[in-house]
Ligand binder design. Structure first.
Ligand code: THU
Length: 143
């Protein structure tokens, strides 16, 4: 799977964003180990707190359909009605959800500014010292 295909899918997903409050539209395209792409958009709410980010929408859709192994996610974001201008890094909560299902050393987070311009990070880059089930089992990194 090439990065451009995943970025294009995230751009498409962004069009579904439901953002009457912030007007900030985010799209995510999550790649499963089996090669499937699961799309997600942010979904806001009049009471604000239940708002779900695009990345978590993609993860929760995928997991609820039996997918548990992921290799990459592409993310794009920007104001409604405008083309994407800046990179949209995932929020801390979404990074933690990624940590639950992905190997931080190999899972790739692709942040795109346009269909031709993107940067690739590992989850480890974005969430150093992340907490995972290994910590609950007493097998976390020794500091
Ligand atoms: N948002 C995402 O969907 N993903 C992120 O990583 C950052 C923020 C959404 C949540 C909210 O609907 C809007 O962007 C403004 O914060």
């Amino acid at each position: 799977m090439n990065e451009k295909k995943l970025v294009d899918a995230a751009i498409l997903a962004r069009e579904m964003a439901y953002t009457p409050y912030s007007g900030f539209q985010v799209g995510a395209a999550l790649l499963t180990e089996s090669g499937k792409i699961v799309l997600g958009c942010n979904i806001e709410n009049a009471t604000y707190t239940p708002t779900n980010c695009a990345e978590r929408t993609a993860f929760f859709k995928a997991v609820s359909e039996g997918e548990r192994k992921f290799t990459a996610i592409a993310i794009v974001g920007g104001k409604a009605g405008e083309s994407i201008r800046e990179y949209c890094p995932p929020c801390g909560v979404c990074r933690q959800v990624m940590m639950e299902f992905c190997d931080p050393e190999s899972f790739r987070v692709i942040l795109a500014k346009s269909p031709e311009e993107w940067k690739i990070y590992t989850l480890r880059d974005l969430l150093p010292l992340g907490f995972s089930s290994a910590n609950l089992d007493g097998k976390g990194e020794s500091l």
